[in-house]
Design a protein around this ligand. Structure first.
Ligand SMILES: CC(C)(COP(=O)(O)OP(=O)(O)OC[C@H]1O[C@@H](n2cnc3c(N)ncnc32)[C@H](O)[C@@H]1OP(=O)(O)O)[C@@H](O)C(=O)NCCC(=O)NCCS
Length: 194
């Protein structure tokens, strides 16, 4: 899936990735990403997200987020610069009713894009933008205790393990859910000292 660059949608550029805002036409990208059992392993236990859930809930909520946070925060589509393939998404997103200077970092990449440092590269750039341009005070990230890949990204970013989390009821059947989840944080001052 190669897409021409629309400059109005551009959000962030890294050495190897371009991040842009999603549009109402992007349901298929999200549906395809969430249809890979390996991608969904630690999210749903491998089950695909229903296309109508993407169309009726996820995508509208992403677009509403741009309105809420002036296009500065939310979920962003990532493309590989070399070849233009859709790589997945990253997010830097406050709680809907939470303080705007505290945001969750997240990432979900297509399997074809794993193992090349993209999650770390995109997240590093998001932390930089968040702390230098967007007035972030703190960024957090959460994952399942057993999601080693995701935790490695958080640790490479210099985030600190700050707590453990109970497994949400709807994730009880996911492999490793008995080990619960973990939360990592990084404050602006810790990021500046890193
Ligand atoms: C987790 C995920 C984002 C990692 O993306 P990635 O681009 O492959 O990660 P990176 O290449 O930046 O890897 C960062 C570090 O973690 C390691 N790593 C990545 N995936 C790993 C895995 N499955 N197991 C162990 N280590 C892993 C890398 O080797 C690298 O460490 P290194 O530099 O010391 O070699 C990707 O596998 C993914 O999207 N998975 C499905 C969705 C998901 O689980 N998202 C997180 C939900 S909280």
């Amino acid at each position: 899936m190669i897409r021409p660059v629309d400059t109005n949608l551009e959000y962030l550029e890294t050495e190897r990735l371009t991040l842009r805002r999603f549009t109402a036409d992007d349901a298929d990208l999200l549906i395809e990403l969430d249809s890979d059992p390996a991608v969904m392993r630690f999210l749903s236990g491998g089950e695909a997200t229903a296309p109508e859930t993407v169309r009726e809930r996820h995508l509208p909520s992403i677009l509403a987020g741009y309105a809420r946070w002036d296009g500065d925060l939310g979920l962003f589509a990532a493309y590989e610069k070399d070849g233009g393939a859709f790589a997945g998404w990253f997010c830097l997103r406050p709680e809907p009713d939470g303080p705007r200077d505290e945001a969750e970092l997240g990432y979900r990449l297509r399997q074809a894009s794993w193992g090349r440092g993209y999650a770390t590269e995109g997240s590093r750039a998001l932390l930089h933008k968040g702390f230098t341009e967007l007035g972030m005070r703190m960024v957090w990230a959460e994952t399942m205790t057993v999601n080693r890949g995701s935790r490695n990204v958080m640790e490479k970013l210099g985030m600190t393990l700050t707590g453990t989390l109970p497994t949400p009821a709807d994730m009880a059947r996911v492999e490793g859910s008995e080990h619960g989840g973990v939360r990592y944080e990084i404050t602006r001052s810790a990021w500046e000292r890193r």
